[in-house]
Write a protein that binds this ligand. Structure first.
Ligand SMILES: O=C(CO)[C@H](O)[C@H](O)COP(=O)(O)O
Length: 292
């Protein structure tokens, strides 16, 4: 089948290649002309035969919103827009309604696989009407990993991004657990080769996982991670997971703590620990450390 793909960055560029390898025609548009097959969204739409399927793979928020708005003005009834970015699931219903008013279908799809997806396939979590999902199915089949699992029609519009958001929340907590264990192992003198401990865990243990494999890759590149600064950004999915937990009164202590650990990583000094130190000093006369 034919697909229009908007956004050819780290994810979209490799997805175009994987879909082409499966024998489909992909016309890609990106603001960067070096990556694009066409020079504008208008040209992209004009080159596709209807009913069209356009997959949007741009950053969540403003960029996705403006792309959906522009496509809404260019597409025709019966066409479908797929949002494959890491959009907040609450945006999906809005996009579906906006496009439905013009007879255009909408499917949301959480995509996981990162830079390894080209070879390994992309895990897909999608939401939307059965009829709309069916029109995109050949593309889902091309992108998904080989084998029985790796793709799911999670429910109605928004369910795909909700499932991906929870996946990323779990990703936060798992990474935090490996990171904490690694720091503790590095701290003690009795363990002389932390990297080999991590490597040994890759087989037979209850904590083996792809994230653990990636941790070993990272330690092979830089045994004590000396080249890195202890700073971690976040793109929003962890926050949205915690917000959804609050809205639904679901306790998420591990995921919430892993999000907050990232915030702590952005401070050179801890204002709240100054207050703790001051209070311990006030009530117990405990020693404080003064700035040099
Ligand atoms: O979707 C992904 C992996 O599954 C992204 O790589 C992930 O969302 C990165 O998120 P953050 O910047 O918040 O760590």
């Amino acid at each position: 089948m034919e697909l229009g793909l908007v956004g050819l960055g780290k994810m979209g560029g490799n997805m175009r290649e994987r879909i082409r390898r499966a024998g489909h025609t992909v016309i890609g548009y990106d603001r960067n002309p070096d990556l694009a097959d066409v020079t504008s969204l208008e040209e992209l739409v004009s080159k596709l035969k209807g009913p069209r399927v356009i997959w949007v793979m741009v950053p969540a928020g403003g960029a996705t919103q403006s792309t959906v708005d522009e496509l809404g003005a260019l597409l025709e009834p019966g066409d479908i827009v797929v949002d494959g970015g890491n959009s907040r699931w609450t945006d999906d219903e809005k996009h579906a309604e906006e496009l439905a008013a013009k007879g255009i279908g909408f499917v949301d799809c959480g995509v996981s696989g990162g830079v390894w997806g080209l070879e390994n396939g992309y895990a897909l979590m999608y939401g939307g009407d059965v009829e709309n999902v069916a029109k995109v199915q050949p593309i889902f089949d091309a992108l998904k990993p080989e084998g029985e699992f790796g793709a799911v029609h999670a429910g109605k519009v928004g369910a795909g991004h909700f499932a991906k958001m929870v996946h990323n929340g779990i990703e936060y907590a798992m990474m935090q657990a490996y990171a904490e264990g690694w720091e503790l192992l590095e701290k003690v003198d009795s363990v002389t080769d932390v990297r080999e401990v991590f490597r040994s865990w890759q087989e037979g243990t209850v904590i083996r996982s792809w994230l653990l494999d990636l941790a070993v890759n990272a330690l092979d590149d830089d045994e004590h991670l000396d080249k890195l600064r202890g700073f971690a950004a976040d793109s929003g999915e962890g926050r949205w997971t915690v917000e959804a937990a609050i809205d639904n009164s679901v306790p998420l202590p591990a995921i919430t703590a892993s999000l907050f650990a990232r915030f702590a990583s952005r401070q050179d000094d801890s204002p709240q620990m100054k207050m703790i130190a001051a209070l311990r000093n006030q009530f117990g006369g405990h020693a404080v450390e003064n700035k040099k």
